[in-house]
Design a protein around this ligand. Sequence first.
Ligand code: RB5
Length: 146
Amino acid sequence: MKIALGADHGGYELKEEIKKHLDGRGIPYVDFGTDSPASIDYPDMAVPPCKAVQSGECDFALLFCGTGVGISMAANRMKGIRACCCSDGFSAKYTRLHNDANALCLGGRVVGPGLACELVDLFLDTPFEGGERHQRRVDKLTALEG
Ligand code: RB5
């Protein structure tokens, strides 16, 4: 499993915390920035990690901004990306089980590092449940891409 990381300035610090967590778990990642707390636009920071997921270079994207919302909106405009912004464990788990989400978006001004690490673990460790019902719905999401 390989992870693509991306953040704006609002998510920069949390991204750095999550890198330590991934290091501790031995999970490889590519950090697409940002690499400082200087202001930068979240739509721009969503694109390189999501492209890495689209190409198959990475399996999942972990994306960070102040709320997690803006960068999730950007990610969900990219073909094949199913991004979930969440701050609770139930959603982090079920977006993998039912939505086959491939991007988790977290708010650096919303969740602390401890909760964020738990959410990342739940997301990465939960497989897509599959089955006709869930696959049909994911296929309908894909059809909405046009
Ligand atoms: C930046 O100030 C902030 O708007 C951004 O990080 C994010 O929260 C947007 O959704």
